[in-house]
Design a protein around this ligand. Sequence first.
Ligand code: 1HN
Length: 347
Amino acid sequence: MTQAVQKTPEREAFYRKIDGQNLSALWNVLGDLVTPQPKSACRAHIWQFDAIRSYMMEAGQLITAKEAERRVLILENPGLRGESKVTTSLYAGVQLVTPGDVAPAHRHTQSALRFILEGKGAYTTVAGERTNMEPGDFVITPSMAWHDHGNETSEPMFWLDGLDIPLVQFLDASFAESANDEQQAVSRPSGDSYARYGKNLLPVDHRTSSRTSPVFNYPYAYTREALEAAKRTEEWDPCHGLKLRYTNPVSGDFAMPTIGTFMQLLPKGFRTARYRSTDATVMVPIEGRGRSRIGDQTFEWGPRDIFVIPSWAWVTHEADQEAVLFSFSDRPVQQKLDLFREHRDAA
Ligand code: 1HN
């Protein structure tokens, strides 16, 4: 918008004088406040899962989940170091739950998602229901729901955590508490939420004030089936291949109020057309190999690697093998505030 304003000795003296009164001149900062396009400190980046995995195994020798509360390595965006942010509005980390671990029960206003990367059968208990998890499952911890995790299997389990921590921090709306007992009582059978709400049926007078999906584990087996069905009819989108959005069956909206989640399939050899959007996105392939061009950088990826696409950066994807990619962003928030924009460069 505006050009930098000239400095004069009189102006500088004036700025110093008003500075003492907690005042500053808009004309010196306007160009940085209102930019013609998104101008983010968030950078494109990839973390290789193998490297994270070996650091996490090392962390497993250093601290228990109980002492750590959660044994997590935070994915810090290189442009936002020290802020515990993977993008400007979202947090991500990789969590390790080893056999015998208990991550004690707590709850907080921040909403969390888990995307399972490795291991089978460790559990999380959310609001009284325990769910066993497998690679590719998308599991939700709603705002203020009690949750604890454990692993009674013989293998370590790794998952990706996504939380709306920076959003909640921005709004100064954080509340949290620990439970008296390390593990909450299990009050409902495993699979109860899915059985009740995951079948296109709701109790006739169903009312809820929650904007989070009552289905809190979206198993990969069903997600894969949905992709497979659509694949047979070749519903390819030039920018996305075949991209599905996880939904809340009560409202049809995103599964979580603050974080949009997606699963996408790219057939072998598919090259997407250029796309950009205002929601900086975290992507995690769960099957397949390929590469993504983000701005002027190319990132090679395989299963469980995690990469970030900043707001308004041009992106294309290319799959060497059939690839399935999970992703999440703050799109639900931007859409509700009429701020979301996307730009398709499809011919
Ligand atoms: C949290 O509750 C979990 O429950 C993981 O597994 C990561 C990061 C910050 C705040 C709360 C979990 C978290 C977290």
